[in-house]
Design a binder for this molecule. Structure first.
Ligand SMILES: [Zn+2]
Length: 240
């Protein structure tokens, strides 16, 4: 049963109960663009139990330099369908559910109400703000990540245990600057995805610290900065 996962289980911190925990976990990946493609690939290969992939975009040629689930034959197709077809060939033991929708205040509970971990593959402040609020209200783990240029950051948000996006002053409304404006080096989305999946696994197994990881795929730097819950945070400060 574990043959597929032999090498990761040989890593002491995952052996063998950690792997069982992954296999019992449902993950919601919101946005399967650059970071979300690589997150989905890792999450499915590592054998999480159930994975919901959520996106409302179609594949464009300008996506192909960094969005690893897609190829030229997918141009014009809904991302979640192309992603689903790739992912089920990678690991049939994982239940994968494609959802071709934009997550909104109205449908977030219907789409993500049954997941244990929400992974951020979005590209706007507003979408991240919504996921941050929802994860606090419903007490779900939220793995935030954002990239621009060659730089990125990622943070595990665990209700009542760590600071949320509002606590650290990250903007939670409106659109971000499109990645066509300041550019984006493809390598940084892989770095963001690798760090995000590490944070997801560590959160599940209770290894995570209250900190934000700041990195740069051009400078080849990585730094962890301590964060803490702001008692007057309007999203999470009042929760006990
Ligand atoms: Zn907060």
């Amino acid at each position: 049963m574990f043959e597929r996962y032999l090498t990761q289980i040989a890593f002491a911190k995952l052996f063998p109960d950690g792997q069982r925990k992954l296999m019992q976990t449902t993950v919601g990946i919101v946005g399967v663009g650059g970071t979300g493609s690589h997150i989905s690939d890792l999450i499915v290969r590592m054998g999480f139990g159930k994975v919901k992939i959520v996106d409302h975009d179609t594949v464009e040629i300008s996506n192909l330099n960094r969005q690893s689930l897609y190829d030229e034959y997918d141009i014009g197709r809904p991302k979640v369908l192309a992603a689903y077809e790739k992912l089920i060939k990678i690991n049939r033991e994982v239940k994968i559910i494609p959802i071709n929708k934009k997550v909104t205040e109205e449908n977030v509970d219907e789409i993500l109400g049954d997941v244990d971990i929400i992974m951020d593959g979005t590209d706007s402040f507003g979408a991240r703000g919504l996921l941050n609020r929802f994860s606090i209200e419903r007490e779900k783990i939220f793995i935030f990540s954002a990239v621009e240029g060659s730089a990125g950051m990622a943070k595990a948000i665990i209700p009542k245990k760590t600071a949320c996006l509002e606590c650290i002053g990250y903007p939670t409304y409106g659109d971000s600057v499109p990645c066509s404006v300041n550019g984006l080096i493809p390598n940084v989305v892989e770095m963001a995805a690798a760090i995000s999946v590490t944070l997801a696994v560590k959160s599940l197994l209770d290894y995570v610290e209250d900190e934000i990881v700041v990195f740069d795929s051009w400078d080849l730097s990585l730094e962890k900065v301590k964060t803490k819950i702001n008692p007057s945070c309007k999203i999470c400060g009042h929760r006990k």
